[in-house]
Design a protein around this ligand. Structure first.
Ligand code: XUL
Ligand code: CO
Length: 439
């Protein structure tokens, strides 16, 4: 194995280990609810954060130390990064990765030249996948960095930009297919607006749907069977993004007849920017049969920016994994660390520390979630809370077989209803009991 990172492969050393380069909880082969941890968690690494994020911020230059990168946009440099990335995947023991087209290969003067370099890099990605067994969780097209996308990609007022975006999606889809990608994500980077004074919102949303329909057609045409995802986000970069949260995405998909072709890729920091908890978003998607994949990160609640921190909050990971287990586990999706190190964690080894922290946090969340499900008290409580509905009348209401008039007559004759306590604090206590007692 090449040596861009001064560490051996990361191993599980157990809860008492003090080695920063060891897993304390994530034990890949350990069984939970009849599957291995690795199988449940399906971790992915984000090429853009691992290989292309200089750790700059609006007030200062990048700090990341990347001795392998000559800073140029040469093809050689792009190929070198692939080597480095696969060493990272192997040593951190992450099976999946995700990328945008422009993370892995640069934009050139013409589409033909851009595509040619993309093909060269994709060939190396494929070779590396075959040599290591690593897999592509999802691919995507970057329709937000280049200045042409300043006013949107699929929702640009300029037809030529839409056309270019469509070409870019076509190519990114084909490369994802070529690499055996298990999914393809649409994050509407600049699909939104800054002011309605210059925006035909109806037309822009219709154009976005047109692009997605064409992608569905192209998927069929090339025989790509991976899952399509939409990734909600309410703001950043535009003031108002059309895919603002899970419910808005589901509405969009239903409105434009796309529901059967898409699931959601939910990201924690996007959920919190939308004023929701991540668990709310995950539940919303799961109940609609549309929970596809997760961009695993977290934000700073009082900050209001998309800080993309590594997920270390055990309440968060336990809550997310409860939903994932309730769904019956991921199928095509996984936990992709769409997360970056802090600007002052700039050494190559900090990439390992960051992923280890996230992987251990999710492994613990998985164990807690499985323990809570085994215990059953929370599920039983919820069931009992709705028990009055398991009556002849409740069933008729749920089946749509009654009327306001009938219910009026019943209410007139009935005793006033008596509520039972919601016992929120008891349930919080049960969750904490498992967060404390799970090892
Ligand atoms: C941006 C974001 C993206 C998507 C892929 O906030 O999350 O990186 O995950 O385009
Ligand atoms: Co994301």
């Amino acid at each position: 194995m090449a040596q861009y990172f001064p560490t051996n492969p990361i191993a599980f050393e157990g809860p008492d280990s003090t080695n920063p380069l060891a897993f304390k909880v994530y034990d890949a082969g350990a069984p939970v609810e009849g599957r291995t941890m690795k199988d449940h968690l399906r971790f992915g690494a984000a090429y853009w954060h691992c290989m292309r994020n200089p750790l700059s911020d609006p007030f200062g230059a990048g700090t990341a130390i990347t001795p392998w990168d000559d800073g140029s946009d040469s093809l050689g440099n792009a190929l070198k990064r692939v080597e480095v990335f696969f060493e990272f995947l192997e040593k951190i023991d992450i099976d999946y990765y995700c990328f945008h087209d422009r993370d892995v290969s640069p934009e050139r003067a013409t589409i033909q030249e851009t595509w040619a370099d993309f093909d060269r890099v994709a060939a190396l990605l494929k070779e590396k996948q075959q040599a290591t067994g690593k897999k592509l969780l999802w691919g995507t097209a970057c329709l937000f960095t280049h200045p042409r996308y300043a006013q949107g990609g699929a929702t640009s007022p300029e037809l030529g930009v839409f056309t270019y975006a469509a070409a870019q999606v076509k190519k990114a889809l084909e490369v994802t297919h070529e690499l055996g990608g298990e999914g393809y994500t649409f994050w509407g980077g600049r699909e939104g607006y800054s002011t309605l004074l210059n925006t035909d919102m109806k037309r822009e949303r219709e154009h976005l749907a047109c692009l997605l329909h064409m992608a569905v057609d192209h998927k069929k045409k090339i025989g790509f069977t991976g899952q399509f995802y939409i990734e909600p986000k309410p703001q950043e970069p535009t003031t108002h993004q059309y895919d603002s949260d899970a419910a808005a995405c589901l509405n969009f998909l239903r409105e434009f007849g796309l529901m059967e072709h898409f699931k959601l890729n939910l990201e924690t920091n996007h959920a919190t920017l939308a004023g929701h908890t991540m668990i709310h978003e995950v539940r919303t998607a799961r109940e609609a049969g549309a929970l596809g994949s997760i961009d695993a990160n977290q934000g700073t609640a009082n900050c209001g920016w998309d800080t993309d921190e590594f997920p270390t909050d055990l309440y968060l990971t336990a809550g997310v994994m409860l939903e994932v287990l309730e769904m019956g586990g991921f199928t095509t999706g996984g936990l992709n660390f769409d997360a970056k190190r802090r600007r002052d964690s700039f050494e190559p080894l900090d990439l390992f520390h960051a992923h280890i922290a996230g992987m251990d946090a999710f492994a613990h969340g998985l164990k807690v979630a499985a323990a809570i499900r085994k215990d059953g008290r929370i599920a039983e409580f919820v069931k009992a809370r709705y028990a009055s509905w398991n009556s002849e009348l409740g069933e008729r209401i749920e089946a749509g077989k009654t009327s306001l008039s009938e219910l009026h007559a019943i209410a007139t004759k009935s005793e006033p209803p008596v509520l039972k306590s919601g016992r929120q604090e008891v349930l919080d206590g049960i969750l904490n009991q498992y967060l404390r007692n799970t090892h």
